[in-house]
Structure formats: structure tokens, C-alpha cells
Design a protein around this ligand. Structure first.
Ligand SMILES: *Cc1c(COP(=O)(O)O)cnc(C)c1O
Length: 386
């Protein structure tokens, strides 16, 4: 079965790009673990396949699936989220251009833009994307070509109005890129709110099982697609066949996983709010979160990521981070297993001392799909060490 545009999300997740193998009828398209393809005569390619960096059927399956789920016409799969971002920026920008990004974007994104791409003459500014006047002012510099938004943001869980920023960016002649890693296309489809490009670290929720690194660039803009496709081929940071195959398998269950991640996180956020050790819970599903209404209007549910700060300061945050047994202390997020992160010295160590620095009394939870009673019990025993 192939997919049709009017099918529901889960049907597309399972069938887009997954036509049974024409030779054997294998229901699951095989893993094409090959770097090259036989030609029937010089330049006579079979179905256009020539060399693995250029195209591979397994990667094509994933790219079709990714595009279908974001409601887009083109998907490009890369070896990591940052490889995808690097290829996108180099495909679209030139020396002298400027990127305006959220002031709490993923630390690796900031590092790529501020420390690597700056050396090729691309400047940047970081602003609070929830302050639309500040965004307008920052974008006013006439060499701003790209606006970069993450919503919910990492790790402060701020919510940005995608449609409003798209209008501001377009009025200034810039394109809007949304890093949709936290929300996933199941919960939020930025292109439908006017974004021009979506990027993902598929390493996280899309792969979903913490076993395959990858990244994606997704768009319905033909001109952007052509440029990104060229850089993907010419620079070559493509996803390997095995990684693409695993990512496709993970992506098929994204909808059911996100429903459970969201339900578990909602329960845990509520539990955290009632604890005396807690200073603040950062979860857009909570009614008192400043971005709650906005999140409800552009997301189907609120996802599995929660940050929490402690009245006991850095010592309390570190103690809880090092005391859980079901939550594993580790970088990354979005897998079926719950992970615990201390951002200021782990995921966000690269932005320490910059305007993107994260409070030292904060931990970030990637709530998995285990039984929620076990997760709350684990947090309870970790809190009891304080
Ligand atoms: C992890 C992450 C990235 C980078 O992706 P990699 O696959 O680690 O290169 C980018 N954006 C967000 C929001 C992330 O969480």
C-alpha cells in the first residue's frame, strides 16, 4: 500500500515510502546495505540508482516518510541533526548573511552557527523569540536571511508563535526554519503555520529508540529543496543505510509513542508541582506556563520533555540527577527510556558563560514510556536524598 495525502498521520507513518519489495514481495522494504549500483550499460541506471552518497533506496524510503509526516514535498536525511543544519545553512546562506535565532536554541546549534559558520562570514544574533518586538528589531538588520526557532525550546520549554514569526521573517525577506525535534510532526507541523523549512535531530523522538543517529531537512519549497539536495550530495553528510532503516522503523510508531510520552509527562509535571523541593516546573502542558495557550493552539499535545528547578540550588539539582535508578543519567532525549540530564554541565556545557547559559539549579527530564508509577516512584526516592 502506498500513502495518500488525505490519510491520517499514523497511516502515513506506517505506509509512506514503504511499498513492498517488487522482487520478493517482502512487506518491509529491505536494507540496501550497498555503496554502488550495477549499470546495464554506460550511464544506464536502474531506477536512477548510481552511487550511495547520491541516492540509496533505504534512505529514499525514510525521506519519503519524513516529508509525508511534515506535510511536505521534500525530505533529506543526514547523518546527524547538526549535519542536517550545517548542510541547510551552507546551502542557503553566503558570507555576509545573518541568522537570527532564539536565545535558548540547542547548544550545538548555537555552537555551529556562532563558532563554525561565523568563520565563513555568517553573523548571528540571539533573541527571546517570545518577545515579538525584540524579534522585529533583531531582524531589521537588512542582511538577515534566516530566522531559527525551536519550540518548545531546550531546556527552558519556551513556546514561540510560529505563525507570527513566519510573518515577521517573510516581511523582512528572511526564511523561517523551525527545529521541530522536541514536538515531532505528530504534535506540531510548522510548515502549516508558515515556516519554510523544518529540521530534526531524528536521533531523538523520530528514531525513538536511542540506537540511530540522524538528522533531517524537510520543505515544500522547490528552490530550497534543490539547493539542499545539491549540498547533501556534494558534501555527503548522508545517513548510512542501516541508520536510515532503523529510523524508518522507529518512525512508524511515533504517534503511539508521543501519546504515551505526553501522558506520562503530564502526570509527572503535576506531581512535581506539588513538591516542596521544587522551585519551578517548566512544562507547556501546565495551565500556568506562560506559553500554555499558544502551545495548545499549535500543538496536538505537550510532549515528553520537562525541566525543573530546585529551591536547594545547584546542589539539589545535581543530587537528584545522580540519584535516580529508572531515569538514566545521560545526554540525549526522545527515546522510549526515561533520561535525566543536568543541562548546565552536560547538553548545554558549550553555552556556559554565554547569553544562552542554563541555570545551575535545573534538571531536564526526557520522560519515557515506562509505567508512570515507576517513574514517579523513582523521582520520589531521588528527592528523598535531599
Ligand atoms: C540533539 C539536537 C540537535 C542536534 O542533533 P544531533 O543528532 O545530536 O546532531 C538539534 N536540535 C535539537 C533540539 C536537539 O535536541
Amino acid at each position: 500500500m502506498t500513502h495518500a495525502e488525505n490519510q491520517g498521520f499514523n497511516t502515513r507513518a506506517i505506509h509512506a515510502g514503504q511499498t513492498p519489495d517488487p522482487t520478493t514481495g517482502a512487506v518491509i522494504p529491505p536494507l540496501y546495505q550497498t555503496t554502488t549500483f550495477a549499470q546495464d550499460g554506460i550511464g544506464q541506471l536502474r531506477n536512477g540508482y548510481e552511487y550511495g552518497r547520491g541516492t540509496n533506496p533505504t534512505r529514499d524510503s525514510l525521506q519519503t516518510q519524513l516529508a509525508a509526516l511534515e506535510g511536505a514535498t521534500h525530505g533529506f536525511s543526514f547523518s546527524s541533526g547538526l549535519a542536517a543544519e550545517d548542510s541547510l545553512i551552507r546551502a542557503l546562506l553566503a558570507p555576509g548573511d545573518r541568522i537570527v535565532m532564539g536565545n535558548d536554541v540547542y547548544g550545538g546549534t548555537y555552537r555551529l552557527i556562532d563558532r563554525v559558520l561565523s568563520q565563513w562570514g555568517i553573523s548571528n544574533a540571539a533573541v527571546d523569540m517570545s518577545d515579538l518586538d525584540a524579534v522585529r528589531a533583531a531582524i531589521a538588520a537588512d542582511n538577515t536571511r534566516m530566522v531559527w526557532v525551536e519550540t518548545p525550546s531546550n531546556p527552558m520549554m519556551k513556546i514561540t508563535d510560529i505563525a507570527a514569526i513566519a510573518t515577521i521573517a517573510h516581511d523582512a525577506g528572511a526564511i523561517l526554519v523551525v527545529d521541530n525535534t522536541f514536538a515531532t510532526p505528530y504534535l506540531q507541523q510548522p510548515l502549516s503555520f508558515g515556516a519554510d523549512v523544518v529540521v530534526h535531530s531524528t536521533t531523538k523522538y523520530i528514531g525513538g529508540h536511542s540506537d540511530a543517529s540522524g538528522g533531517a531537512v524537510i520543505t515544500s519549497n522547490e528552490e530550497i529543496a534543490e539547493k539542499v539536495g545539491f549540498v547533501q550530495f556534494a558534501v555527503g553528510a548522508v545517513s548510512a543505510p542501516m541508520e536510515a532503516w532503523l529510523t524508518t522503523r522507529g518512525l512508524k510508531t511515533l504517534g503511539v509513542r508521543m501519546d504515551r510520552h505526553s501522558a506520562n509527562a503530564r502526570a509527572i509535571a503535576g506531581w512535581l508541582q506539588g513538591r516542596p523541593e521544587v522551585e519551578q516546573v517548566f512544562y507547556p502542558g501546565l495551565a500556568d506556563h506562560p506559553g500554555h495557550d499558544l502551545a495548545a493552539s499549535q500543538m496536538k499535545d505537550f510532549g515528553g520533555m520537562i525541566s525543573v528547578s530546585f529551591t536547594g540550588g545547584e546542589a539539589a539539582a545535581r543530587a537528584v540527577a545522580e540519584s535516580t535508578h529508572v531515569f538514566t543519567l545521560a545526554e540525549s532525549l526522545g527515546g522510549i527510556e526515561s533520561l535525566m540530564n543536568y543541562p548546565s554541565a552536560m547538553t548545554h556545557a558549550s553555552v556556559a558563560g554565554t547569553e544562552l547559559a542554563v541555570p545551575e539549579n535545573l534538571i531536564r527530564l526526557s520522560v519515557g514510556i515506562e509505567d508512570v508509577e515507576d517513574l514517579i516512584g523513582d523521582l520520589e526516592q531521588a528527592f528523598s536524598t535531599l
